[in-house]
Design a protein around this ligand. Structure first.
Ligand code: SAM
Length: 289
């Protein structure tokens, strides 16, 4: 590949270098803002999954446009990877699925809350679409959980989402916490990619909601469930059906049931068509095994 072939192939890659952005992703956040005005009045922001740092660069530019007082601007960037320093950006090297990371962010805000949380997190893609979508959704839920710890009421949350087949479930989960949930596909995001961005506005958690980090798989322990109370604990109605006089499926019964005087064995109505053990049975019959 020639030195300029990527520049020819990817206009945003080229523009990022020309304009001094660390990654072409900067244009995604800028284009989301053109549509949704996400930086309006924002002076405190969290950039989750921030490396190499182009979204933090955009935040630095936009937040400083909002106030002349540089002390009012606070940007906290988090990533698993080490990120080269950016003036005015506090960096935390950590995993966004961990409560300890949420706590480190809270500490940096010293009792204040963030106006905006953004997350461009992407796991290493395996190429197995179902797995990639699932892991991405776990990352999104981790980012949402962090947002519930640090975001002010009325705040904005923007995060990468894979528009896979189960995406509506994620939209409904986000809708529990935000008045407006929109999906945005910036022009700088390739059409061939299933990535898009959820733009969630007006943070309004359910009354009594206690932020937690339990949703993501990585930290999950089944015994954790019982610690939830109030609106945090959704109890699904359970219903046992069938008359009490019906047979109990866990019990053994004699071959002759009440009122019967003889028993006749009957073949199953439809046996398995091609069971995995068929081959072994054939070979056993022919004494090959
Ligand atoms: N927005 C960035 C920018 O503009 O430079 C690009 C982000 S890059 C597409 C995705 C990042 O997600 C990677 O740097 C990766 O290390 C990070 N990441 C993935 N899983 C993470 C996790 N569990 N915690 C923190 N960061 C994570």
């Amino acid at each position: 590949m020639g030195k300029t072939s990527k520049d020819k192939r990817d206009i945003y890659y080229r523009l990022a270098k020309e304009e001094g952005w660390r990654a072409r992703s900067a244009f995604k956040l800028l284009q989301i803002n053109e549509e949704h005005d996400i930086f309006s009045g924002v002076t405190r922001a969290v950039d989750l999954c921030a490396a190499p740092g182009s979204w933090s660069q955009v935040l630095t530019k936009k937040l400083h446009e909002n106030t002349k007082n540089i002390d009012k601007v606070k940007i906290v960037a988090v990533d698993l990877q080490v990120m080269a320093a950016l003036p005015g950006v506090i960096q935390i090297q950590g995993d966004i699925t961990k409560l300890s990371t949420a706590n480190s962010i809270i500490k940096e805000f010293q009792g204040n809350k963030a106006d905006l949380v953004v997350c461009d997190g992407a796991p290493d893609v395996t190429g197995l679409h179902d797995i990639d979508e699932y892991v991405q959704s776990q990352l999104l839920l981790a980012a949402l959980n962090i947002a519930t710890h640090v975001l002010k009421d009325g705040g904005v949350f923007v995060a990468k989402i894979f528009r896979g087949k189960d995406v509506t479930l994620l939209y409904s989960q986000l809708k529990q916490f935000f008045e407006f949930v929109t999906v945005s596909k910036p022009r700088s995001s390739r059409n061939s990619s299933i990535e898009a961005f959820v733009v969630c506005q007006n943070y309004k958690p359910p009354e009594g909601y206690v932020p937690n980090m339990v949703n993501p798989l990585l930290d999950h322990q089944y015994c954790d469930f019982n610690q939830f109370t109030g609106v945090n604990r959704f109890i699904v109605p359970f219903n046992a059906c069938g008359d009490l006089s019906a047979y109990d499926s866990d019990k053994s019964y004699p071959l002759l049931l009440d009122g019967q005087t003889s028993y006749e064995y009957k073949e199953p109505v439809q046996g398995p068509i091609n069971p995995p053990y068929k081959d072994v049975l054939e070979k056993t019959k022919n004494l090959q095994l």
